[in-house]
Design a protein around this ligand. Structure first.
Ligand SMILES: [Zn+2]
Ligand SMILES: [Zn+2]
Length: 565
């Protein structure tokens, strides 16, 4: 790696290991993050891309309780499933860790101790809900009731799913124990609080220097600043999690939202150890010239844009987030995704039926960047059939089959280039710049739209040049058209990689191009030329069309799902 290359540390929200991944997760954080990382790598940036399973917290223990198994069984099951799912959809983390590792426990405990030693944590005696029937305290989602803001029933002790507001269990109206439905009572207990209020001014000043952040993130934060930041409890009375490293806190664990973001650091440390260079993570985390980018869904903004940066400020030494591109939600067939109602399209089930790239494309072109977006199976089919297959796939297929038929499956030498031929090269360069500019601004949707426009342009060029006609009248002209189209395909293979990595690789192979398309450089594509007489590879169908019956079966399946949790 070039020592002067831009260093970028990219994270995607740690998914809770209490259920499988669904398309909403992918659209919120993972696909945009992967697109960005693949683009940066093609640009020559030095990127570290880390993630891992979030294996602590009440969502895990509630799932374990409901299945009557241990939390360990739950996290082992879903960690394996999620890891496999990310591989299947082509999200290429450098390291996918898990927060139950001893390495992470140690790092999170050290974090706590450092903040405590610096006076940023204080112990308080507080009243918390306790269920006398269950004989236990009821933190977070162990308690449900009426939302004090929107008055919907079934709001959870940490957040109301209806209005999205963050809650404390004590704010709920008519609270009930999630396990046994009893009315809980308040009892005195001790907890440790992070002095978030002390960081308000520093956070506001820091965010004022981030005018390029998305408006959803900035507006969310200014709402919190206006209300005034309050100190936050970072310990819980449950037995699954990271023990609070103080003798007087026996039986208590760290709050999952305290330890989870530290998981980005421990995943980086684990990566460095696996590289055989255990300090290498510091090249990113302690390097003021490195950019830290957190990809998240909008439900995680408070933790990544307020609590986590304050934690890092309190600790000292680490870089702060440079960007937090938070996406809105992806709904399904007009309704909000609900894992409890099993209204979701699960990644592992999708991959049993379809190849990965059509889903990546649909999520990219339909990305919930500035407002919620809707996944419909019909629209998915249309995007696949009339864009991937009819535009991009068609351009590849028609030009390769023409070269097979008339030029012995080789790249024919070009004669004098016409103005139209030269415009292809100009258009490639413009697309390179435009797609790159969109991705620098985290606009995946605009970027993939530009890619598809380049393929549209290629089809128009091919049509207007009418090689089927010039092959009879002017073979040299025809050869120039084909040569130019094949050069366009080679560039497309590279430009497709962030969005459609599996198809990019397949196209590169079909062109029989040397090495890997991933060794090419984004801003140096004009030097990419298939030589004269270069033998092409075996032609395949790049994107299969999806039949109506297949889509009808998916819609049927979605509507007939049994309820899960
Ligand atoms: Zn509400
Ligand atoms: Zn109870």
């Amino acid at each position: 790696m070039d020592a002067s290359a831009d260093k970028i540390l990219v994270t995607a929200a740690l998914p809770y290991a209490n259920g499988p991944l669904h398309v909403g997760h992918l659209a919120g954080a993972y696909i945009p993050a992967d697109v960005y990382v693949r683009y940066q790598r093609l640009k020559g940036s030095d990127v570290l891309f880390v993630c891992g399973s979030d294996e602590h917290g009440v969502p895990i223990t509630i799932r374990a309780d409901s299945e009557n198994v241990t939390p360990k069984e739950i996290v082992d099951r879903y960690h394996a499933l999620m890891k496999k799912g990310f591989q299947g959809i082509g999200v290429g983390f450098d390291n996918y860790s898990r927060t139950s590792l001893p390495l992470h426990h140690k790092i999170a405990q050290d974090f706590f101790l450092k903040l405590n030693a610096k006076g940023f944590i204080n112990e308080q005696s507080v009243q918390k809900y306790f269920c006398a029937t269950c004989g236990r305290f009821l933190p977070d989602r162990y308690i449900e009731g009426e939302c004090p803001h929107c008055h919907r029933q079934g709001a959870r002790g940490d957040q109301c799913e209806s209005c999205g507001r963050w809650l404390e269990p004590e704010q709920l109206i008519a609270p009930k124990c999630k396990i046994c439905n009893s009315v809980p009572e308040l009892r005195t207990t001790r907890h440790w609080y992070f002095r978030l209020s002390q960081f308000q001014k520093q956070l506001e000043q820091w965010q004022a220097s981030k005018p390029d952040w998305k408006s959803n993130v900035r507006e969310f934060c200014s709402g919190w600043f206006k209300e005034g930041l309050k100190d936050r409890s970072i310990t819980r009375d449950i037995d699954w999690g990271i023990p609070v490293p103080l003798p007087e806190a026996e039986g208590k664990v760290l709050y999952v939202w305290f330890d989870a973001p530290i998981g980005y650091i421990s995943s980086s440390v684990e990566w460095a150890e696996n590289q055989g260079d255990s300090n290498r993570w510091q090249d990113y985390w302690f390097n003021p010239r490195a950019r830290l980018v957190h990809f998240i869904g909008k439900d995680n903004i408070v933790f990544h844009a307020i609590v986590w940066p304050a934690t890092l400020m309190a600790h000292g030494g680490f870089i702060l987030p440079a960007q937090i591109p938070a996406n809105e939600f992806l709904n399904i067939e007009g309704e909000k995704i609900s894992t409890s109602r099993n209204w979701a399209i699960w990644l592992h089930e999708y991959l049993e039926v379809f190849p990965p790239d059509p889903l990546r494309y649909y999520i990219e072109i339909n990305a919930p960047e500035n407002k919620d977006a809707d996944f419909t199976w019909k629209d998915f089919q249309t995007r696949n059939n009339s864009e991937l297959a009819d535009i991009l796939g068609n351009l590849v297929n028609r030009s390769l089959s023409f070269a097979e038929k008339h030029f012995e499956a080789k790249v024919p030498p070009a004669g004098n280039l016409s103005e139209a031929d030269r415009s292809v090269l100009t258009t490639i360069n413009e697309a390179v710049t435009r797609i790159g500019a969109a991705l620098e601004e985290f606009q995946t949707k605009r970027a993939v739209g530009e890619l598809m426009d380049l393929a549209r342009f290629g089809n128009k060029y091919f049509n207007d040049s009418a090689p089927w006609s010039s092959i009879k009248s002017d073979r040299v002209r025809c050869a120039s058209t084909l040569n130019t189209t094949l050069q366009l395909l080679a560039s497309l293979a590279v430009l497709m990689d962030p969005f459609l990595p599996f198809s990019a690789e397949k196209l590169w192979r079909m062109l029989n191009a040397p090495g890997s398309h991933r060794d090419r450089r984004w801003y140096n594509l004009s030097s990419l030329r298939l030589p004269d007489h270069h033998p092409l590879g075996k032609r395949e169908i790049l994107f299969e069309k999806i039949e109506d019956e297949v889509i009808a079966a998916q819609i049927e399946k979605l509507h007939s799902r049994p309820l899960s949790l």
